[in-house]
Each structure stands twice: as structure tokens, then as C-alpha cells.
Write a protein that binds this ligand. Structure first.
Ligand code: SF4
Ligand code: SF4
Length: 128
């Protein structure tokens, strides 16, 4: 499961991710983020089967947690150039038998890279 974590000026100074991995004995995959002195945000992937208890633990440390359901959206403007196929780290895009690019959006981890390579701006990440 993909989560968006928002840290305020207090929680950004706490080792919340380390505490969660140690105390809940789980692995947390940090996909991307930005951390400053006053606040921070992280996109992380956690175990689906233990999502509730992990989310509860992170929230108990004062961090705002949002479950991400919105994935990449590909519009009708796509010209099927294929540029997004090789750049996506989780192989969301592929060519079908008619040489058109299809997207398995449920695999998207919201890294955002593909948006920058699309020549016609056909890709968009809906806000969470
Ligand atoms: S946002 Fe990242 S994971 Fe999602 S489709 Fe684009 S490149 Fe792939
Ligand atoms: S990069 Fe853009 S135009 Fe090219 S196949 Fe992907 S979505 Fe379509």
C-alpha cells in the first residue's frame, strides 16, 4: 500500500520511520520525499497485509497519514510514442498488439518521472 506522510515542525525532527520499522518489525520503502527543517513529506510503500497497524503506529507519533489511491492518468492526447515505457520503474506502460501504449495504472507508485518525458503532456498525477 502506498502512503503519503506529512511531518510538521515537531515530527520532522523525530526518527518516525526508523521507529516504525524497528517496533513493528516491518520494511518501509521510501519512494520519494522532501524533508526540511520545518516540515517534510514522504511517499512510502508498506506491507498491504499489515497496513492498518502500521498506519495506526505512524499516526500515534503525530504524523499525518494519507492512503494513496490516485495513480497516473493517461489522457486521449497520447500519441503512443513509447517514451514513458522505458522510464517507468515499475513497468506501468506497455505496447499492445496494435502498437499502442497501454497503462496498468494500479501498479503506479507515483514517482512522477513519466510526466516529464511525455512530449504531449498526456500524463498527469491527480492530487491526493
Ligand atoms: S508516476 Fe512513476 S510509477 Fe507511475 S506511471 Fe509514471 S513513471 Fe510509472
Ligand atoms: S510518453 Fe506520453 S505520448 Fe508517449 S506513449 Fe507515453 S503517454 Fe503516450
Amino acid at each position: 500500500m502506498l502512503l503519503y506522510l506529512h511531518f510538521d515542525s515537531k515530527t520532522v525532527k523525530e526518527p518516525v520511520i526508523s521507529l516504525t520499522t524497528l517496533e513493528k518489525k516491518t520494511l518501509i520503502n521510501i519512494i520519494r520525499g522532501s524533508v526540511g527543517a520545518r516540515e517534510g513529506e514522504l511517499f512510502v510503500e508498506i506491507e498491504d497485509s499489515r497496513a492498518s497497524e502500521i498506519i495506526e503506529f505512524i499516526r500515534s507519533k503525530g504524523v499525518e497519514v494519507t492512503e494513496i489511491r490516485e495513480k497516473i492518468a493517461k489522457s486521449e492526447d497520447c500519441i503512443h510514442c513509447g517514451a514513458c515505457i522505458s522510464i517507468c520503474p515499475v513497468e506501468v506502460f506497455s505496447l499492445n498488439d496494435d502498437f499502442r501504449v497501454e497503462a496498468e495504472v494500479e501498479k503506479c507508485i507515483r514517482c512522477g518521472i513519466c510526466i516529464y518525458v511525455c512530449p504531449v503532456k498526456a500524463l498527469e498525477l491527480p492530487s491526493i
